[in-house]
Design a protein around this ligand. Sequence first.
Ligand SMILES: Cc1cc2nc3c(=O)[nH]c(=O)nc-3n(C[C@H](O)[C@H](O)[C@H](O)COP(=O)(O)OP(=O)(O)OC[C@H]3O[C@@H](n4cnc5c(N)ncnc54)[C@H](O)[C@@H]3O)c2cc1C
Length: 444
Amino acid sequence: VVIGGDAAGMSAAAQARRLRPADELEIVVLEQGPEVSYSACGIPYWIGGLVSDRDRLIARTPEQFAEKDIEVRTSTRAESIDLAAGKVVATDGERLGYDSLVVATGGRPARPDVPGLDADGVYGVHRLSDGAAIRAAITAGAKRAVVLGGGYIGLEMAEVLQTRGLAVTVVLADPVPMAQLDRDMGERVCAAMGDMGIDVQTGQPVREIEMDADGTARAVRTDTGSYDTDIVVLGLGMGPEVSLAREAGLQLGVTGAIDVAHTQRSRSHPEVFAAGDCSQTFHKMTGEAIHVALGTHANKQGKIAGSVIGGRPARFAGVLGTAMTKVGDLEVARTGLCTTQAEDGGFDFRTETIDATTRAGYYPGAAPITIKLITERGSGLLLGAQIVGGPGSGKRIDVLATAIWAGMTAEELAGTDLSYAPPFSPTYDPVVVAARVASRIQQG
Ligand SMILES: Cc1cc2nc3c(=O)[nH]c(=O)nc-3n(C[C@H](O)[C@H](O)[C@H](O)COP(=O)(O)OP(=O)(O)OC[C@H]3O[C@@H](n4cnc5c(N)ncnc54)[C@H](O)[C@@H]3O)c2cc1C
């Protein structure tokens, strides 16, 4: 039995089915919503009009899973889990027995405890229905939006709402957007957003959503000001959705997410697996328990659970915290440790920041790119990297993530055979330039 029919749950179901045929393993997926296998990641771009049709965000339908002998029950909630009896109780009261259970209940958007949050005109960005509601509000004539939160969902929503013609204010409690970056890199993001005409109000926790007499949101109030708006969009981060797991008595970890081993087996009940946004994971470099709500991990972790259930040994390898996003033409990416994490981890480190261009300087479309590297003092071991720049910048983080994953030093990275042609990079790719500067400084 699988609870939750999106990235983690359907990856688990599909992988288990690949490894074990229907006469050996019956698979039933319970999904409380109307669809499975949908892309939350695409919701901002559907709102922005880049994706024309909601159905394009749905990778596979229940009927397609049925062809693979995976029974999907939509609009069916798992109400409780009886761990002792090995049964899940569904909405209709049916008790489904299981040999293996996958809990893939996903994330729960952070909601600040402030008056007015339930007002009409306040929207989350989590499910496809949220996307439909925001699209409807824009069609109905919304002209101003306040986005709460300066993480990647906040940035993506700011971009697409502006694209749809709304005046956008982003209100965040942190001193700069993208708290996973170092402050100096976050300041670049903040300045670029200002240049794009997005009003960014930093260091201001929201205190209240002010309402009209009819209960519709009309402004967001902080200690500093009140920002008039037609709609409020919540982009305040994602915690784990673990109410079902907690009530059942599954062990939660220090992050509040379900505590799992590298096989995605729950620590307290080995016949129960958890994967995706509801589960805890670990940092590959520090071993620290962390909660990272990203689809890239949810898919992989679901597949690991499905492999183990299907009889093929598999282990999740951990996360580096690699992530990227964009706002307008500005691409933002990070991997590994930021300076705060390096300090907390007790590393003796140094940082180097370089400015370059994404293409040969003479080639049309060459855009500025800034790369910051964090390396261990003395050894030059790569610890972390951050990128802020124009089109073509962000995906370079994958080279840096691979180098960190492989335990390379800045000097080793500087000597790697990276590609060059004027439309794609300067003679020395900015990644190589950053690595060279970092290794030269280590040596000197
Ligand atoms: C706007 C947005 C943009 C994003 N962009 C990116 C991106 O660019 N890159 C990236 O890597 N990640 C991105 N993510 C994150 C990514 O979407 C999630 O990490 C991923 O969807 C998590 O998958 P999951 O299967 O763990 O959980 P979910 O996708 O949340 O699915 C959990 C499912 O479980 C169901 N469920 C919960 N409780 C029950 C119950 N009791 N009974 C039955 N069903 C239940 C829910 O209805 C839901 O369908 C984005 C997320 C959002 C919201």
